[in-house]
Design a protein around this ligand. Structure first.
Ligand SMILES: C=C(O[C@H]1C=CC=C(C(=O)O)[C@@H]1O)C(=O)O
Length: 400
């Protein structure tokens, strides 16, 4: 099994399934197509606000001043919120374990998480989301913005405690979507313990040595259980002028942000198709080489975030439109989550297809990119389809 996710030696490599089984509340877990990472404890923190010294130096300094002997590699992990103006920090864990990629399990039965009944609330409801999309379309047609991503939340509550069930959510997500980035991270919270859990198809950025890769996704179609219809939808997506526009805006912004930081930038001229268990997407894999070895993966990720795949363009105006039209706080949805080591290597995913899990409450998020010819009713249906990723992992099969 390939095992190149963390470049420094760690404790003995472990089977990915064992890492998933060992996941505990408060751990950091990330399974990517390259490998699986499980981190525990807080040995030190690295604030991302300082920014004066290169990240590798800050990380090494944080480890040197921690009261623990440095028996583990210097690596920092964590989640960053959608709102880039909020304070952000990464955790240097006590223990780091790595494994290969999680194995695919097509025969896995759909197991819920043992909660037979939920109270549900959708914010905004379908009619209000449709109205918000129509308002966004008007703003775009008036020339105020080019694209904006609008999201909605489903709030599920239960009297039963949820904390111990994150591992089962992770397991169900990974079983259905082994090629996605499956993650769980404890969030800084003043209101009890909260965990971000999800299975994202989107890589914001990875750096391995000098090589950088980013894989923006934008443009979507729901999968169909009928193979012929599924293929038809995929081909229609690839041919859709509206979805191509939505996608091009993201690729152009990513390239513009990376151009000063990378050399030998390779950008395919056309998007390709990728799929999850529930969605088809337009995808572009962009690669390049770091121009300055001191630029760590987390710095590059922060230079890109938020891309128009989760915010819009121009960024500040799209952010203002989101603030005006979305009646909830995104928190860590549409942010980024990952790891970075002292050599600058790392992997950062876009935190979509995810939920924030509290003691008795889950908030599930899904959004969609809006352009001038978006159809508000179709956008509601798209968010419902995206929400299925998490709902199914929790054993909820009705449409919400
Ligand atoms: C913002 C989300 O998806 C993004 C990623 C892929 C396709 C997208 C779209 O077609 O709108 C979104 O840009 C989400 O799932 O909440």
């Amino acid at each position: 099994m390939r095992n190149d996710m963390i470049t420094q030696p760690t404790a003995a490599a472990t089977h990915a399934d064992d890492l998933l089984a060992a996941y505990q509340h408060d751990d950091f877990f990330l399974a990517s197509p390259k490998g699986t990472l499980l981190c525990r404890g807080r040995r030190a923190t690295v604030s991302l606000q300082d920014g004066s010294a290169p990240f590798g130096e800050q990380l090494r300094a944080a480890v040197d001043t921690s009261d623990d002997p440095a028996t583990q590699p210097a690596i920092a992990v964590g989640a960053l919120p959608f709102d880039t103006y909020r304070p952000a920090e990464l955790v240097v864990p006590h223990t780091v374990h790595r494994g290969g990629p999680l194995p695919a399990r097509s025969d896995e039965p759909d197991q819920g998480i043992g909660i037979p009944q939920w109270n549900t609330e959708t914010i905004p409801d379908a009619a209000a989301h449709q109205h918000a999309v129509a308002q966004a379309v008007q703003q775009i047609r008036s020339g105020a913005i080019d694209k904006v991503v609008l999201a909605r939340v489903i709030r599920l509550t239960t009297a039963q405690p949820l904390g111990g069930r994150v591992r089962r959510i992770l397991r169900n997500l990974a079983a259905r979507d082994p090629r996605c980035y499956t993650f769980a991270a404890a969030l800084p919270s003043t209101a009890g313990t909260r965990t971000l859990v999800g299975a994202s198809p989107e890589l914001l950025l990875s750096r391995s040595g000098t090589t950088v890769m980013t894989n923006p996704l934008a443009g979507s179609a729901a999968r169909s259980p009928d193979p012929a219809e599924d293929r038809r939808r995929a081909e229609a997506l690839l041919a859709s002028a509206k979805d191509r526009r939505e996608h091009t805006v993201v690729v152009e912004a990513v390239v513009e942000n990376l151009r000063p930081l990378l050399r030998d930038l390779r950008v395919p001229s056309h998007p390709s198709l990728v799929c999850t268990a529930t969605m088809w997407h337009l995808s572009t894999v962009i690669t390049g080489q770091v121009a300055d070895a001191d630029i760590a993966a987390v710095d590059l990720a922060r230079a890109l975030h938020p891309t128009p795949a989760v915010c819009g363009t121009p960024t500040d105006r799209a952010r203002a439109t989101i603030g005006e039209l979305e009646p909830f706080d995104r928190g860590f949805y549409a942010g980024t989550l990952g790891w970075c080591d002292a050599t600058g290597d790392g992997e950062w995913v876009v935190t979509i297809r995810c939920a924030e899990v509290g003691d008795h409450e889950l908030r599930l998020f899904a959004g969609g990119g809006i352009v001038g010819d978006s159809d508000p009713a179709a956008e509601v249906a798209e968010t419902s389809a995206k929400l299925r990723t998490l709902l199914r992992a929790m054993g909820v099969h009705q449409e919400l």
